[in-house]
Structures are given as C-alpha cells and as structure tokens.
Ligand binder design. Structure first.
Ligand code: FAD
Length: 563
C-alpha cells in the first residue's frame, strides 16, 4: 500500500464514469466512499422503449449528470418509414435497424440496456416491474427497477377495433418481423397460385391482396406491392400475371385523408390508373381465413371479398400496461396517456411520456366518428331515432372503448338520460351534432398531434434538452440562465415543428406536403424522398446499406426467394 503512495488514481466508478483524483492511496478508501455517495446522488432516469422517441432522447441526453437505464423488448432501433419497402425486398430488414448498443456506446458515459418489457409501472414506489424477453434464460425472468425519473416511450400497438378474425387471419405492419412475414406470405401466395390442379377462381383468390386502411402505411404498402408484382413477379410467374389484384378498403371517403386534398386525389387517380382497387366508405366487420366481410356504409349492404392475404393497417391503440397505469393515476377515461406542455404525465410527478403512447390525432378520431354517424343518417336530417342511435353508439364503442367510459362517467350511459330534453321530456330523436359536441369534450384540454416519427423524435430531443439544463436551472432559479420566453417556468413548453410529410405512391412517384402549404407530386418528389430518407438514417452504416439496397434493386430487381 505504502509503495503506492502519491499515486494518481483515475477510476471510473459505477455507471457515472466519475473521475477521482487521489493524492495519497491511504485516502483512497475515503475517496471511493465519497464517489459512491456522489454516484448515489446522481438521479436515475429509466427510459422505456428504443423507438423514435426513446432513441432521440438517448442521442441528445448529456449523461454525465445522470445514471440512465433503458428497458426495451427489442435491442435495436427500427427506421419504420422504410418498413413498407422491407415487405417487398426493396430494402433488406437489416438495413433499417441499428443496434441500441451501437447507439449508446457513442455516448460520453455509460448507459445500461436491459432487453425486457415493462409489465407494470408503480408510481407510488417509483419502480417498474419488468420481464426479460430473452429466450431460454437461465435464471429469473422478472426483475424490478427503481427510478427517480421515468421516461415512457413505448409507442402504441395495433388497433383491431375488436374486429373478429383480425388477430388470427391478418398481417400487421408495425414491426420489422411483420414486414419480413409479409414478404414471405406474398411469395407464398404466388407459389400457391401456380400449383397444378387449381381453378382460375382459386388462383385469383390466392392472388387477391387486401389492405384494410387507406392511411399512409396502407397506401405505401399497396404501392410497393404493385411495383414488386409488376416489375419483378410477373416475369417470374407469367402464367398468373393477369389474375393478381390489389384492393385497399377504407372506411372514410378518401385514402390519405390526413394529407392535403390534392395529394389524396392524386393518389386515388394514380391507383385507379395502376389497377389498384380503392373501396371507400366500407368498414370491415369480420375477417376469416379466405374472405373479408365488409359493410358498405352508403347502402348498409354486407359484401364478402375472397382474399389470399390481408394486411390490417387501420391505426394504433394504447398498450395494456399503459392503460393499467392510466387507470391507476386517474386517467382511465382518456383516449391516451395525457401530459402537460412539458411532457410530464398529468397526475404523476417524475414520469414523462413521449411519442405514440401520448400523441393522438383527435381530429382523426372525430372524423371517424362523424363518418359512422353520416353513414347512419341516410336522410341527412341531422337526427337519428333512438334505435338507430343505439346501433351507431355500439359501433363507436367497439372502435373507441373510451367513449363508453366517458358516457358512464358523465351519467349519460343510461340511455334514458341521453334521450331526455332539458325539461325532462322524452325525445323521439337524438341530435347528432349535440352528441358529437359532447364527445369532443373528452380530453378537450389535450393538444392533438399526429402519431408520427417526427413528433416522437422532436419530443425525445426536447425532453433530453430539459434534463440537460436541469442542474443549470436549479443552480440559477431566478438567474439569467432561465430560458427567456419561458415565463415563470424554467423550461419552454414543447412545441411541434411540422417539417412536412411524404407518401410514396409507387412507379417512382411520390407526393409530399411541405411546410408553408406546399404540395409536390411526381418523379422529382420521389428523388426528394430518397434524399430525405437517406439523410435521416441514424448511422452511416444504415445510410450506406439503404442506398446500396436501392441501387441493387435498380440493377438486379427484388429478390423473390422465400427465406
Ligand atoms: P416506437 O417507434 O413504436 O417505439 C416503441 C418502443 O417501445 C419500441 O422499442 C418497443 O420495443 C418498446 N416497447 C414496447 N413495449 C414495451 C414495454 N412493455 N416495455 C418497454 N419497452 C416497450 N412516421 C413518420 O413520421 N413518417 C413516416 O413515413 C412513417 N412511416 C411509418 C411506416 C410504418 C410501417 C409504421 C408502422 C409507422 C410509420 N410512422 C411514420 C409512424 C412512426 O413509426 C411512429 O410514429 C413512431 O415509431 C413512434 O415512435 P415511438 O418511439 O413513440 O414508438
């Protein structure tokens, strides 16, 4: 020990990477002890999720003052806007993912990553319960983690609206595995269709690809599939090339209805020219192994459509453990986890929520509800009889269970209450607008934002900025370092900056809605799409891989092997 006196000790202690200088090793133990205490004082931030929101938070976070732990069932970040391209092999799955450990190793300090899913948030005890998702683990699967700050960035899950048969018979397009599964099934459908002994009708059914949902994901997948079929597969399966059909079923009046009307019209015209069938005003009520049952809203008729494969892409819903958490903190009757302008979960100190788990396009929900009403109100009188109204209400509640909770909590669920006028007299008819107005008060204080990667990434980076300035603000509570326009608050509220959105439509054409109400459509927009998506990649590795995949497809076409 004495021989080591006056030794310079630089040690990294705990996850903080703390530098300790000791003049005398005899003092070393004391110093180590003090470092431990310092390390204990460092606040611990636990981040749930490694998607757009979580990754952007981690990339911008200055971890020298915090201990950061990340929990996610997948150990990679996926560039979701390119998932439709993965379904047809335009881009390979591994080109659109980046391991989380690659991302965190670049940070100045250490971030711990646990491959597990969060099962429960216990806000009272500041802890979460997790279960490892690693297969064949030797040891305990479940563990708990304590936090000082919890960042919930777990995204959303597919919403089936409880439609029978969807889970069993439909494909989803949410995760990388979903895209890989779709790619295999498309090839399967072609291989099945060319088998000997099938009638033309059977071949046609095998080659009927149905996409439920005419939003950006459904439309982009339809366009990719059309290109795959017409640029590659027809050359490999010439005998069935005229039997292929792609159908998009949309419950609203138009596809891409969150885009500018000009884009929506352009997409519909292009699809019509390409032979992609678009069925608007139709709601799928059941899916079975080989058929889709839908209700045509204008006539009330039920139509059966045979299919070889269905992709369900109709929107997203809250994850069950987040819903449990919402119940626990008194947010049970909300559409989605509500935060204030600083992204703090309402009613739950030290918990923050970012990304799809906290953003909801309320306009879209109200539009959806309006469409259901319009379809029921066939004589356009603005009112419905009590029986009609009950039918519509049932329909809405299946899609949006929160409506039921809202009605219950406002004592409106007793239909008798709902159908009485202000003087207590029984009404014969219900006024649709009045009811819609009442519904729009659900979460009326909540700012509606689209559930997109852009919003998620901006929220992640905003929150990281707040944590980075936290110490500075605490040290200067009234000082000039407070953020000018923040008023009495230390931090400016989160504001979303919309940078525009793209819709690739196949055949080397895309449409874009750019800031300043600019709309651009056609081939040049496709080139803009290529450059934006190449530049937005999280690493040079994926950027090079993606550009190489696009080049490879141009030279050799897409690979149709079923692996
Ligand atoms: P996600 O990116 O979904 O990440 C959620 C993370 O939480 C994941 O890492 C997940 O593994 C993890 N997680 C899940 N459950 C748990 C749990 N229990 N515990 C811990 N972690 C958990 N947006 C655009 O802006 N432009 C586009 O072009 C675009 N195209 C899209 C195409 C497709 C096919 C899809 C599916 C989405 C597209 N989006 C697009 C939307 C965009 O992907 C989402 O808005 C974005 O992913 C939301 O980010 P997030 O971090 O909230 O959620």
């Amino acid at each position: 020990r004495s021989s080591c006196s006056r030794l310079l000790v630089v040690s990294c202690i705990s996850s903080g990477g703390l530098l300790v200088y000791a003049e005398n090793v005899d003092n070393n133990e004391k110093i180590v002890e003090r470092s431990r205490l310092d390390s204990k004082k460092r606040k611990k931030i636990v981040v749930l999720g490694t998607g757009w929101a979580g990754t952007s938070f981690l990339k911008d976070m200055d971890i020298s003052s915090y201990d950061v732990e990340v929990v996610s069932p997948r150990n990679y970040f996926a560039f979701t806007p390119l998932l439709p391209s993965v379904t047809c092999g335009t881009v390979e799955a591994r080109s659109v993912v980046e391991p989380v450990r690659n991302i965190i190793k670049k940070r100045n300090g250490e971030i711990q990553f646990w491959e597990a899913e969060c099962l429960k948030i216990d806000p009272e005890n500041h802890q979460i319960i997790c279960r490892s998702t690693v297969e064949n683990l030797v040891g305990e699967n479940d563990f708990s983690l304590e936090y000082d700050h919890l960042v919930v960035a777990v995204g959303a899950q597919v919403n089936t609206f409880n439609t029978p048969g969807v889970v069993e018979h439909c494909h989803f397009l949410k995760e990388v595995e979903d895209a890989q599964k779709i790619r295999r099934t498309v090839i399967d459908c072609f291989e099945k269709a060319v088998l000997p002994g099938l009638s033309d009708e059977e071949r046609r059914t095998n080659l009927h690809f149905v996409i439920v949902g005419g939003g950006p994901t459904g439309v982009e997948f339809a366009a990719e599939l059309h290109d795959f079929v017409h640029e590659d597969l027809v050359k490999l399966y010439p005998s069935v090339k005229d039997l292929v059909k792609i159908t998009v079923i949309q419950s609203g009046d138009h596809i891409l209805n969150t885009f500018d009307e000009r884009i929506s019209c352009f997409a519909e015209t292009k699809f019509q020219r390409d032979g992609i069938e678009v069925l608007t005003g139709c709601r799928v009520v059941r899916v079975s192994e080989h058929s889709v049952n839908m209700k045509v809203k204008s006539t009330g008729e039920y139509v059966v459509v045979p299919h070889g494969m269905v992709v369900w892409s109709t929107g997203v819903g809250t994850r069950p453990f987040v819903r449990d958490f919402m119940e626990e903190i008194g947010q049970g009757k909300r559409w989605i986890l509500a935060t204030d302008e600083w992204l703090r979960v309402k009613g739950c100190p030290n918990v923050y929520a970012i990304g799809d788990c906290t953003t909801v396009d309320q306009r879209k929900i109200m539009e959806d509800i309006s469409t259901i009403f319009e379809a029921a109100d066939m004589d356009r009188s603005g009112t419905l009889t009590i029986e009609e109204f009950q039918d519509v209400l049932e329909d809405i509640i299946i899609r949006y269970p929160q409506v039921e909770l809202y009605l219950k909590s406002n004592h409106l669920f007793q239909v008798t209450e709902l159908f009485k006028d202000s003087e207590g007299n029984e009404r014969e008819e219900v006024d649709i607008e009045g009811f819609k107005l009442a519904l729009s008060h659900v979460d009326s204080q909540m700012k509606s934002l689209p559930a997109t990667a852009q919003v998620a990434a901006q929220q992640g980076s905003y929150l990281a900025g707040c944590f980075n300035r936290w110490e500075q603000c605490n040290a200067n509570p009234e000082g000039p370092r407070l953020f000018g326009s923040a008023g009495r608050h230390a931090f400016r509220p989160f504001t979303y900056r919309h940078l525009g959105q793209f819709a690739p439509l196949g055949g080397s054409k895309a449409a874009a809605e750019l800031p300043g109400d600019w709309v651009s459509m056609g081939r040049s927009t496709q080139w803009l799409w290529y450059s934006v998506y190449a530049s937005k990649q999280v690493s040079w590795r994926t950027r090079i891989l993606v550009v190489w995949d696009w080049t490879r497809r141009y030279i050799f076409g897409r690979d149709s092997s079923r692996i």
